[in-house]
Design a protein around this ligand. Structure first.
Ligand code: NAD
Length: 491
């Protein structure tokens, strides 16, 4: 693959050490959601390709040096890979912006640096973290954590390389080999990253990248082949269920990070400036295509008018446009069918009795008409029973619901088939703790949002997923913890 050129590129699979076409020569295109320009022609992987990639990862695991290296040796290599990401930060950021439509500044200063950070964190964690050991008289009991084996990593399009790195970084750090399948909407950065990783010294076959679609195509074997030891998936709840069903045949453990419909609760004692900024970021950052988004904004009735006025004023003023231009807050949605889906929900909201306070129509001014631009949209007048308030829209659409008491807010927040994130703004720390303890959700942010310490568990309850990733949780998933009990002779 060519390095930093704006010419359309040819993207192949990386299987073992080879960059290869699809077994049947099939391809698909990836286009810039800003203007539809062609970015690349990509190998459309077949089940045979998926199977070959698993074979390469299996051989690399069984015969190669990676799984037998010490964590310290792997740490050195993964740090070199992270250095390569840093050195190519601007190039990777631009690729991601063009492929996914996300604003360039955020790619350069947040998502791509996070890829390097994730690699270093997990490399260091594997090398330095404490392990269990229980000396008990003549008995010494301890835990070994050998790598699990071959990992299938299947990732979505909304934060392509960063979300993929939450998978390959821990998987590699704990000694596994990986077959990564990025989403077909955003194939470019994974391919370029793999190239950089090989150059930086990652042994052949340790990271394989296949391109294409799910189900019957390249991803089929990734979820159903008995040579796969772990599946780590981020994507929709519907796909997650299919993957779990496929994995069940071989009892392959699955970590599933799925959809969300999270609540953001603003109490009347909150610092309203802070709460407004959090609410804006909480639903419109990432073009509104964020699993953690606080898409149900619950506002205590006494401050509803004041808070809504501030929120809507800010939402209206957010710069939406060409994501390569400095100062943009939102770019285009990922693709036409997704824009139709998002707009469909806004139309549905109105039939359900909702009022669109701002936004609600596709943006078509000037060159925005060539892309999939949708404005920050705020809907009031719905209850939590409306479909708009219950189903994941995955776009820049905020549903505002008033509440009176803490108990009512918690009940509404918990009344969801999802349980991924929760945001709450209050100055009352007793209340904040109480809510965090009773909220059925994987993560709670109090007077902040999006902060992530990689030692913490990341994941969701209910329809939002299965399992957790992060520090010790990743070690548990990507290794096969083994209990060893040793009887020592009396000394
Ligand atoms: P998706 O489920 O359509 O696709 C995700 C990935 O799965 C893609 O690579 C796709 O090609 C692949 N896939 C599809 N069908 C498959 C199958 N049958 N077998 C194997 N692989 C298959 O999701 P998407 O539209 O790419 O991403 C958006 C979704 O991801 C939203 O629901 C969002 O909430 C969720 N998400 C969750 C998190 C999280 O951490 N919980 C993070 C980001 C996105």
């Amino acid at each position: 693959m060519a390095a930093a050129t704006s010419e359309p590129r040819t993207v192949r699979h990386l299987i073992g050490s080879e960059w290869t076409e699809a077994s049947d020569g099939g391809t698909f295109e990836t286009r810039d959601p800003h203007d539809g320009s062609l970015l690349g022609t990509v190998a459309r992987g077949t089940a045979e390709d998926g199977s070959r990639a698993i074979g390469a990862a299996r051989t690399a695991f069984d015969d190669g040096p990676w799984s037998r290296m010490t964590p310290k040796e792997r740490q050195r290599v993964l740090h070199a890979v992270a250095d390569a990401v840093d050195a190519h930060r601007e190039e990777l950021a631009l690729l991601e912006t063009r492929d996914a439509g996300k604003v360039l500044g955020h790619m350069e200063h947040a998502e791509i640096p996070r890829v390097a950070h994730n690699l270093r964190f997990f490399a260091d964690y594997a090398a330095l973290s404490a392990n269990e050991a229980y000396p008990d008289g003549p008995l010494l009991s301890y835990v070994l954590t050998p790598p699990a084996g071959v990992v299938s990593a299947i990732s979505p399009w909304n934060a392509p390389l960063m979300l993929a790195s939450w998978k390959f970084a821990p998987a590699l750090a704990f000694g596994n080999t990986v077959v990564l399948k990025p989403a077909p909407q955003t194939p470019l950065t994974a391919a370029r990253f793999a190239e950089l990783a090989l150059e930086a010294g990652l042994p052949e076959g340790v990271l394989n990248v296949v391109q294409g679609y799910g189900g019957d195509e390249v991803a089929g074997p990734l979820t159903s082949d008995p040579r796969v030891d772990r599946i780590t998936f981020t994507g929709s709840t519907v796909t997650g269920k299919k993957i779990l069903a496929a994995a069940a045949a071989n009892l392959t453990p699955v970590s599933a990070e799925l959809g969300g419909k999270s609540a953001n609760i603003v109490f009347d004692d909150a610092d309203l400036d802070v709460a407004t900024d959090i609410a804006i970021k909480g639903v419109f950052a990432g073009n509104g295509q964020v699993c953690l988004a606080g898409t149900r904004l619950l506002v205590q009735r006494g401050i509803l008018d004041d808070f809504l006025a501030r929120f809507v004023e800010k939402a209206k003023a957010l710069p939406v446009g060409e994501p390569k231009q400095p100062g943009m807050f939102m770019g285009p949605l990922i693709e036409g069918p997704h824009l139709d889906k998002v707009h469909g929900y806004v139309e549905l909201a109105q039939t359900e009795g909702g009022k669109v306070v701002t936004g609600g129509e596709r943006l078509t001014d000037g060159d925005l008409g060539q892309g999939f631009y949708y404005p920050p949209t705020v809907i009031t007048g719905l209850t939590n029973q409306a479909r708009t308030a219950r189903e994941e829209i995955f776009g820049p659409v905020q549903t505002v619901i008033p509440f009176d008491t803490e108990e009512e807010a918690l009940a509404i927040a918990n009344d969801s088939s999802y349980g991924l994130a929760g945001i709450l703004c209050t100055q009352n720390l007793d209340r904040a703790h109480r809510l965090a303890a009773n909220w059925r959700t994987g993560m709670v942010w109090i007077n902040c949002f999006f902060e992530r310490d990689l030692r913490l568990p990341f994941g969701g309850e209910k329809g939002s997923g299965l399992g957790r990733e992060g520090g010790p949780y990743s070690r548990e998933f990507f290794t096969d913890p083994r209990a060893v009990t040793l009887r020592l002779r009396d000394s």
